[in-house]
Design a protein around this ligand. Sequence first.
Ligand SMILES: CC(C)(COP(=O)(O)OP(=O)(O)OC[C@H]1O[C@@H](n2cnc3c(N)ncnc32)[C@H](O)[C@@H]1OP(=O)(O)O)[C@@H](O)C(=O)NCCC(=O)NCCS
Length: 202
Amino acid sequence: MNQNVIIIGASGYGRVVADIVRCVGDRVLGFLDDRTDITQWVGAPVLGPVSDYANYLDTPMIVAIGNQDIRQRIVETLKGVRWYTAIHPQAVIAADATVGAGSAVMAGCILNSGAEAGQHCILNTGAIIEHDCRIADYAHVSVGAKVAGTVCIGQKTWVGIGAVISNNLSVCENTVIGAGAVVVRTITESGTYVGVPARRIK
Ligand SMILES: CC(C)(COP(=O)(O)OP(=O)(O)OC[C@H]1O[C@@H](n2cnc3c(N)ncnc32)[C@H](O)[C@@H]1OP(=O)(O)O)[C@@H](O)C(=O)NCCC(=O)NCCS
C-alpha cells in the first residue's frame, strides 16, 4: 500500500486503472504513452513514451491497453519490470482464488472459490467468474459477462460484454466471444463467435 505506480496507456482503460490505484491507497506516479499530444491524464503526468520505461524500473507498472496483442507485445518487450496488479476494493475475490501479476480486476467483479486468473488479464466491471474457472494470460472478460463454474478461457481470448459461458466448457485461445453471446459448447477453433447459441462468424 501507498506505493507509486506507473500506468502504460493513457486512455479509457488507463483511467479506470488509475481510479483503482487511488482507491486502494496507492499513487499514480504517471503514465507512459506514445501519444505526444497530451502531458497530463486524469490528474497525473504523461511521463513520456513507453520506451522510457527503463528510467522507472524501481516503480511497479501495469499495462492498461485493452487490445490483447498490443498488451502482450508491450509486456514481452519491457524487461526487468515489476508488474502491478490492480484489484478494486469492491471486487469480490474468494480467499482461494488467484489473480496473476499485471492483471486488473474492476469494481463489482466476482471471482469465486478456486478460480485462477492469469497474468495481464482484464476482469472487467461486474464480470462474474465462477468457481474453479481458469482464465489464461491476457484474456479479457468484459463488463457484465458471466462465466459459469469450471470453465477454461484460453490465452488472449476476449469474452464480450454481457456474454454467457455455460459451465464446464472451454474456449480456446485467441478467440472473440461477441457481446451478448451464449456459449453452450466447447470452442476449440480460434475465431469470432456471436449469438445465442454462439456460432462462428469469422
Ligand atoms: C463480435 C464482434 C467483435 C464482431 O465485430 P466485427 O468483427 O467488427 O464484426 P461486424 O461488426 O462486421 O459484424 C459481422 C456480423 O456479425 C453480426 N454481429 C456482430 N457482433 C454481434 C453480436 N455481438 N451478436 C450478434 N451478432 C453480431 C453483425 O450484425 C454482422 O452481421 P451481418 O453480416 O448479418 O450484418 C463485435 O460485434 C462485438 O460483439 N464486440 C464486443 C464488444 C464488447 O464486448 N465491448 C465491451 C468491452 S468491455
